[in-house]
Write a new protein. Structure first.
Length: 156
């Protein structure tokens, strides 16, 4: 079968067109999927109010774990504090408000980074407040704490 030059050009152009469409289509679909995922994640970044609630719960959990052990209390407080976990839990609204003032939020489009730092100030020459450094990443309405450091302060 002999093909004319014109027929060869038509076949070549058709093959080139099909080849471009087959290569371009997965790239276009992949790009659309990535863009859709990015937009979805951007709209699902939690708010500062949601973070306050989360960090308040986490601080209460850690405070109960660290402070409500008899060996951590000064001797004169052992008998006076009967329900340590309840006492700390009632401070959650205050801790949430406190965290709001000491938190920096960085919006990274598909996620948010929250950095909370407070405490460590000297009240008296022999009394220093405990310090707290919390780094949390929020993505798709979920919080993931990546750093939680407590500096016990000093009481001499």
């Amino acid at each position: 079968m002999n093909l004319t030059t014109h027929q060869k050009i038509i076949i070549q152009n058709t093959c080139n067109w099909i080849q471009k469409k087959l290569v371009f289509k997965p790239i276009a679909v992949g790009g659309a999927v990535l863009t859709g995922c990015g937009l979805f994640l951007a709209t699902k970044n939690p708010s500062m109010d949601e973070y306050k609630t989360y960090v308040g719960e986490r601080v209460v959990e850690v405070a109960i774990e660290k402070l409500c052990q008899k060996e951590n209390f000064p001797i004169f407080l052992n008998d006076s504090i009967k329900n340590c976990s309840h006492l700390i839990s009632t401070q959650r609204p205050f801790l949430e408000k406190f965290a709001e003032h000491f938190t920096t939020k960085r919006n990274l489009v598909i996620c948010s980074l929250y950095i909370t730092r407070f405490g460590g100030q000297d009240l008296l020459p022999t009394l220093q407040l405990p310090g707290l450094n919390i780094t949390t990443i929020a993505i798709a309405s979920k919080f993931h704490t990546i750093n939680f450091k407590v500096d016990r302060g000093k009481f001499e």
